[in-house]
Design a protein around this ligand. Structure first.
Ligand code: AR6
Length: 216
């Protein structure tokens, strides 16, 4: 399909454009993106970068010893990756924000990240389409309020928070499509990117892109 040509990207992934040049799929690490803002799938406390539990998250890998058996679980959390890459000043600013409700979004600087800003949104735990949709829309509100034009979203809630990947992708693409079609929003943004980290999400998004942003 000519509308899904793959272009090389400067960082580790690929950018894949739909017919609407403002929507892209990026496959790789969101912390590598030089963009106005990246979205963080945060927790309500916004304390993604500190505390004992987060020390474990930061190590990306956790080992439990149960009797004689050793279990090793890999964590791939975008919150930890963003705080690691941004450095400790991000956590300081996050703490000063005093938390964030589920479905809402708050903005901070990007510190050591190549992205200028981080928009922290708290996704629902489990399947809740209204709340997940709100994460995308409130993040876009933050983008416009701060006069920013490019943003990358991870697959909010589909990791630790357990939202089924295909259903979450539908909510995300529908929300973005409707938002772009509202008022004059399309003229206010340069690029909205879905940052995909897992192979299963690449499959889901490649299919759904045809449905929500088809070639004309
Ligand atoms: N770049 C892009 N996407 C990533 C990266 C990365 N570097 N690392 C992971 N992902 P999750 P949630 C993907 O669990 O489900 C946090 O610790 C990951 O593969 O990060 O909203 C918070 O503090 C998955 O597809 O977010 C909360 O407590 C997606 O990002 C809780 O976990 C989201 O997975 C939030 O859970």
């Amino acid at each position: 399909n000519k509308c899904l040509q793959k272009d090389s990207d400067t960082s580790s992934g690929l950018v894949q454009h739909g017919i609407n040049k403002k929507i892209s799929l990026f496959i790789g690490d969101i912390t590598a993106l030089e963009i106005d803002a990246i979205v963080n799938a945060a927790k309500k406390s916004l304390r993604g970068g500190g505390g004992a539990l987060n020390q474990i998250q930061h190590s990306s890998c956790c080992t439990w010893i149960t009797g004689s058996r050793m279990m090793k679980i890999m964590f791939n959390m975008v919150d930890g990756a963003i705080h690691r890459a941004a450095g400790p000043s991000l956590l300081e600013e996050c703490i000063a924000l005093g938390g964030c409700n589920t479905g809402d979004a708050k903005i901070t600087g990007g510190y050591k990240l190549p992205a200028k800003y981080v928009i922290h949104t708290v996704g629902p735990i489990g399947e809740n389409p209204e709340s997940l949709r709100s994460c995308y829309l409130k993040s876009l509100d933050q983008l416009l309020e701060n006069k920013l034009e490019s943003v990358a979203f991870p697959c909010i809630s589909t990791g630790v928070y357990g939202y089924p990947n295909d259903k979450a992708a539908e909510v995300a693409l529908k929300a973005i499509k409707e938002w772009l079609e509202t008022d004059d929003n399309i003229s206010k943004v340069q690029c909205i990117m879905f940052c995909l980290f897992l192979e299963k999400d690449v499959k889901v998004y490649e299919e759904l892109m045809q449905q929500y942003f088809p070639c004309t």
